[in-house]
Ligand binder design. Structure first.
Ligand code: GBH
Length: 449
């Protein structure tokens, strides 16, 4: 258990928690909501570990007031939620469904009434199914559809959302959604999924322009990053690590920051049209960084279809997902971003950081999660170390406020500061909630003179 008090954070540092629509909202049929690729995927047999769907999830759609009260009790200054595209445009095109935007309108007002900044992600993987039927992110037109949707959301919420995030983890959406098929829409194109990268980035760039026209608030994207550690000492090991780094960490960052695609990451070059790179490089105000763990990489074995082999990193405790708990990796990653992009790197916010454990109430109904406290303590110290080195980190968002529906893992992985009993949907703050509340309260208190 951590004992030393956490070091100081700068005044105005943003303290937040994150969620996403399909993972918490439920109410799959309410308000004229259309079907998304995740509805289709989760309802197909064999796709989700426990056979569950997000049809009800945490029922946040009906319980958002209770959840915002929990946020307010935590003392955080920001809440990162996502807008479900199929609530706003049930078929992915055409005018906004008023009921869909009404829900987010109420949510945003409730947040502001509690002095919590609304941070809205426009796309956390829930593509309207009709757009997937028309080719999904393999189709160039989906980029334009996304910008039109962004315009509708910004027209309604642009005066109150304090930070926009266009896309969540386009790398994961490409690789697991269209590459290996572990996520919706379940396509297995492997390296032929490159157009999904380009069209998401193009959609991001077009959406930035739409958001700028409607809202004065800053704009970001949330990418997932993993610092790469070379396992082995041969040139082939180093080349493999560089290839993985280009694919995982640079494919969605180099073009955003004006450098074009890293060598060797583009599939069919005809997908990239003349002016696309300029659209994609539209300036952003913040780079959102989702961090979970570092990755070990070495040269592939003979005959492997991949240009690298991923190696589990030893020497770290592990979460219930078996991911290593490595706060040093967050420090390392922030240094890597700073060194790699230099002056081109915008201010950074950690838009997701968190861990899953098998949390359950004890006999007194309390939920103790000392591992999560240690996790957060370590990662906040890593952020502080980066700040100390002059890296401009403006905020830290915990994934997640609530235990929720963890994609292919269904309800089997609990990431929340608040426990959810899925039989009754009862919320119980865990001990990490009280710990974080004390940390945030201390950090927000004006320093004594
Ligand atoms: C995020 O994705 C999502 O944005 C969020 O919706 C989700 O609930 C949350 O994280 C938790 O999963 O191969 O063992 O080294 C996380 C993306 C991709 C992070 C896989 C960890 C590899 C672990 N993840 N990655 S390992």
């Amino acid at each position: 258990m951590p004992t030393a008090p956490l070091p100081q954070f700068p005044a105005g540092f943003r303290w937040g928690v994150s969620t996403s629509a399909y993972q918490i909202e439920g109410a799959a049929e309410a308000g004229g909501r259309g079907t998304s690729i995740w509805d289709t995927f989760a309802r197909s047999p064999g796709r989700i570990a426990d056979g569950s769907t997000g049809d009800v999830a945490c029922d946040h759609y009906h319980r958002y007031r209770e959840d915002i009260a929990l946020l307010a009790g935590l003392g955080v200054t920001a809440y990162r939620f996502s807008v479900a595209w199929p609530r706003v445009q049930p078929t992915g095109t055409g005018p906004a469904h008023p009921d869909g935007l009404d829900f987010y309108d109420r949510l945003v007002d409730e947040l502001l009434a509690h002095d919590v900044d609304p941070v809205a992600t426009l796309y956390h993987w829930d593509l309207p199914q009709p757009l997937e039927d028309a080719g999904g992110w393999l189709a160039r037109d989906t980029a334009a559809r996304f910008a039109a949707y962004a315009d509708l959301v910004a027209a309604r919420l642009g005066d109150r959302v304090r930070l926009w995030i266009t896309l969540n983890e386009p790398f994961v959406h490409m690789s697991l959604g269209y590459g290996t098929g572990l996520h919706a829409p379940g396509r297995t194109l492997l390296f032929d999924a490159f157009p999904v990268a380009h069209h998401q980035l193009l959609g991001h760039g077009l959406a930035v322009a739409a958001l700028r026209a409607r809202s004065g608030s800053p704009v970001a994207i949330a990418n997932n990053y993993s610092p790469v550690r070379t396992i082995g000492e041969t040139d082939a090991d180093r080349a493999a690590a560089a290839a993985y780094e280009a694919l995982h960490n640079r494919l969605f960052t180099d073009p955003l920051l004006g450098r074009g695609y890293p060598e060797g990451t583009i599939g069919d070059p005809s997908v990239v049209h003349d002016r696309d790179l300029a659209v994609i490089a539209a300036p952003i105000d913040v780079l959102g960084v989702n961090y979970y763990n570092p990755t070990g990489v070495r040269a592939p074995r003979e005959g492997s279809p991949l240009p690298f082999e991923l190696v589990p990193l030893g020497g770290y405790p592990r979460t219930a997902f078996d991911w290593p708990v490595a706060p040093d990796g967050l420090h390392e990653l922030l240094g890597w971003l700073h060194r790699t992009y230099g002056d081109a790197l915008p201010p950074v916010e950690i838009t997701e950081s968190g861990c899953a454990y098998d949390d359950a109430p004890d006999a007194d109904g309390r939920v103790h999660d000392p591992e999560r406290i240690a996790y957060l303590d370590g990662h906040l110290r890593a952020v502080r170390a980066a700040l100390h080195e002059g890296i401009d980190v403006r905020g830290y968002f915990v994934w997640s406020l609530l235990d929720n529906w963890e994609w292919a893992e269904g309800f089997t992985k609990r990431f929340g500061l608040v426990h959810v009993d899925y039989a009754t949907r009862t919320r119980t703050p865990k001990s990490s909630y009280a710990w974080l509340r004390d940390v945030v309260t201390a950090a927000r208190r004006k320093p004594e003179r």
